[in-house]
Design a protein around this ligand. Structure first.
Ligand SMILES: CC(C)(COP(=O)(O)OP(=O)(O)OC[C@H]1O[C@@H](n2cnc3c(N)ncnc32)[C@H](O)[C@@H]1OP(=O)(O)O)[C@@H](O)C(=O)NCCC(=O)NCCS
Length: 386
């Protein structure tokens, strides 16, 4: 089958953090902004893929028709795509398949989440249903606890200093401070990091992403449909989804996520690229240890070395390999279903000169990596300029 060249042609995000509006209202608003930024109109959209994993906490499911109704296109089909924290990058993959396969010319992808009406206990309990409920969550395992288990396994195998994780948190906050979409827009020091409370040993407060509200949307369209793109499009060079064992007790090792390894390997094959071809990345840093695992799993650094490289500044905005110039999930925030789409918003803003003081030195090729829960699912996308 011949695939059509497929682009991201528009993108928009609100500021993550605390929203007054519902997920549905925010999703509708950012969708309209994303469509406008592409130069298209709502009537050009052939299908909408929505992600809103915890809509049930707002007593709202089947949100796609409501968003399309708000956009004035109630007749357009929609579907809700759920893949835990990787929901909207799974939705992006569906959009890619529809457009590259010739089924639609333009597709809207939107992810939104509202959690601020829940306290930490309630939000943690909702999130925990994304793990293995009978074995993990029901017995008290939370995501900070599960990622702390991964961090402990890593620390037992490779020499790891707290400052290595701290360097990742400091970098995230430094980038978030330059991102108007970010939940946390303040820098932190190593002292602040080291003195922050232990949440699930060895993870401190600043190792964790926060609970955030937020919405992000992108428009995907075929090259042939976009006669005159309004902005510099992102060519989708690879769009890959993978799965792997969710249950941590059944995994052969805890030194990485098999779904990330598989997704990155396949994405590099699809794009005919290697890690050295990537100018910057947005990776899934729900906890600082996750960034280390992701960079090693995808082959950017040898096993056991990403912490040292981070401490030496290799992944800062002006380092050799900028990672998470947006601030990442750690500082930009993690409104679960919006996170994958918001990684693409960051790439779009970098390429279109909208990243201003957080611009990376080179932005011809970028990779986004988004994980569902502790790796039961994963998406990797590679984008380039035309
Ligand atoms: C880390 C965590 C437990 C903190 O929750 P908490 O102790 O209830 O914190 P609160 O909401 O009461 O906030 C207390 C302060 O810490 C700040 N804060 C909360 N979470 C933070 C985080 N992750 N990073 C930095 N600061 C944070 C708040 O802004 C607040 O600051 P303020 O006093 O200046 O207003 C919670 O953010 C968490 O569980 N995060 C992980 C979410 C998760 O698992 N996501 C899924 C990933 S797979």
């Amino acid at each position: 089958m011949t695939m059509r060249e497929t682009w991201v042609v528009g993108a928009a995000s609100n500021r993550f953090g605390k929203m007054k509006e519902s997920a549905r209202e925010a999703a509708t608003r950012v969708s309209m902004e994303a469509i406008r930024s592409s130069g298209l109109e709502p009537k050009d959209i052939g299908h909408t893929f929505v992600s809103n994993a915890f809509g049930i906490s707002e007593h709202q499911a089947h949100v796609g028709p409501l968003i399309n109704g708000g956009l004035g296109i109630p007749e357009v089909p929609s579907a809700t795509i759920e893949s835990a924290c990787s929901s909207s990058s799974a939705a992006l993959h569906e959009a890619f398949v529809h457009v590259a396969g010739g089924f639609e010319d333009a597709v809207l992808v939107v992810g939104a989440e509202k959690l601020s009406h829940l306290d930490t206990l309630a939000a943690t309990s909702y999130f925990a249903i994304g793990a293995d409920y009978p074995f993990e969550s029901k017995n008290g395992a939370t995501f900070p606890g599960l990622y702390a288990t991964l961090a402990t396994a890593y620390e037992h195998t490779f020499p790891t200093r707290p400052e290595m994780l701290g360097a990742i948190a400091i970098k995230a906050h430094a980038n978030g401070a330059r991102n108007p979409h970010a939940h946390f827009q303040k820098e932190i020091t190593m002292e602040t990091y080291l003195n922050s409370p232990m949440i699930a040993s060895p993870l401190r407060l600043y190792d964790c992403c926060p609970f955030s509200d937020g919405a992000a949307a992108v428009v995907v369209a075929s090259k042939e449909f976009m006669k005159k793109p309004a902005q510099e499009p992102l060519v989708i060079r690879a769009s890959v989804r993978t799965g792997s064992i969710t249950e941590m007790q059944d995994r052969p090792d805890l030194l990485g996520l098999p779904s990330t390894r598989a997704a990155a390997a396949k994405a590099f094959r699809q794009a005919h690229m290697e890690p050295k071809d990537i100018d910057f990345l947005e990776v899934h840093d729900c906890f600082t240890i996750a960034e280390i695992l992701a960079l090693e799993d995808m082959g950017f650094f040898p096993r056991g070395t990403a912490g040292k490289e981070s401490l030496e500044g290799v992944t800062t905005r002006d380092g050799k390999l900028p990672v998470n110039p947006s601030g990442g999930l750690k500082a930009k925030g993690h409104p679960v279903s919006a996170s994958g789409a918001s990684q693409v918003v960051e790439v779009f803003e970098q390429v279109n000169g909208l990243a201003k003081s957080r611009a990376v030195p080179k932005n011809d090729v970028a990779l986004t990596h988004n994980v569902g829960a502790t790796g039961g699912s994963c998406s990797v996308h590679i984008f380039s300029r035309r």
